[in-house]
Design a protein around this ligand. Structure first.
Ligand code: 13P
Length: 250
């Protein structure tokens, strides 16, 4: 049985006080005990939110990134070990905004994944095609390449721990959600690629989340798809009522 997961990626939003208030609201509004809720606030909020959720087995905390090296003279950076020391158990790796704005390459992402796993963090690895790839109908090749070049170096035990988020770049923050048909098509493709590389047991058990303008209105239809195990939510995770409604959409 795959775990149902809804993760909220707050991106660069909310001061510490605002973030703690939002976390409180989400904690009291979320009644879906069988759904794992992962809160991914900015680094500065990790410890305080990890402390808040620690008695709830249906909640966890994620960082939005970690550095690819272990430690050293890298001013302003945060290592995987530091993230783990806050009480966070997850880390988002390879978000398209980081691939784009921080020039993260597959080579860097491979190192980040390895660092995260060594620090016992569970990676939430993001993949997704651009609008040009979708229009040219080369999106499945793009997804295959992202899996092969960023993720498929992992051993079976390490791969089995990860979560994958399919986030078509054209759907992120645009209000244009992939249809459930489009999303299910890619999720099925991802699971098939995983099956070919790692076998049925791992492909059957890995959670694949959808992200990209997922909200309280469209989550139910998306989450009803056979290969969609939940969502990675941006904008709609910043309002407790919306986020809680999404967690109740299975
Ligand atoms: P939106 O839900 O705002 O489209 O963002 C999705 C996302 O990038 C989550 O990581």
């Amino acid at each position: 049985m795959r775990r149902k997961i809804v993760a909220g990626n707050w991106k660069m939003n909310k001061t510490l006080i605002q973030g703690l208030q939002l976390a409180d609201e989400i904690l009291s509004a979320s009644t879906s005990a069988e759904v794992l809720k992962i809160i991914a606030p900015p680094f500065t909020h990790l410890s305080a939110i990890a402390e808040k959720i620690k008695s709830r087995t249906d909640f966890a905390v994620a960082a939005q990134d970690c550095h690819h090296l272990q430690n050293g003279a890298y001013t302003g950076e945060v290592s995987a070990e530091m993230v783990a020391s806050t009480g966070a158990n997850y880390v988002i790796i390879g978000h398209s905004e980081r691939r784009l704005y921080a020039n993260e390459t597959n080579d860097i992402l491979i190192q980040k994944l390895n660092r995260a796993l060594s620090a016992r963090l569970i990676p939430i690895f993001c993949i997704g095609e651009s609008i040009d790839e979708r229009n040219a109908k080369t999106h499945l090749e793009a997804i295959r390449a992202q899996l092969k070049d960023g993720l498929f170096h992992l051993s079976s035990p390490d791969f089995g721990k990860t979560i994958i988020a399919y986030e078509p770049v054209w759907a992120i923050g645009t209000g244009v959600t992939a249809t459930s048909y489009q999303a299910q098509g890619v999720h099925d493709f991802i699971r098939t690629e995983i099956n070919k590389k790692y076998g049925k047991e791992i492909s059957d058990n890995i959670s694949i989340l959808y992200g990209g303008s997922c909200n309280a209105q469209n989550a139910k239809e998306l989450f009803a798809c056979a290969d969609i195990d939940g969502g990675l939510i941006g904008g709609a995770s910043l309002k407790s009522a919306d986020f809680s409604a999404i967690t109740n959409s299975f």
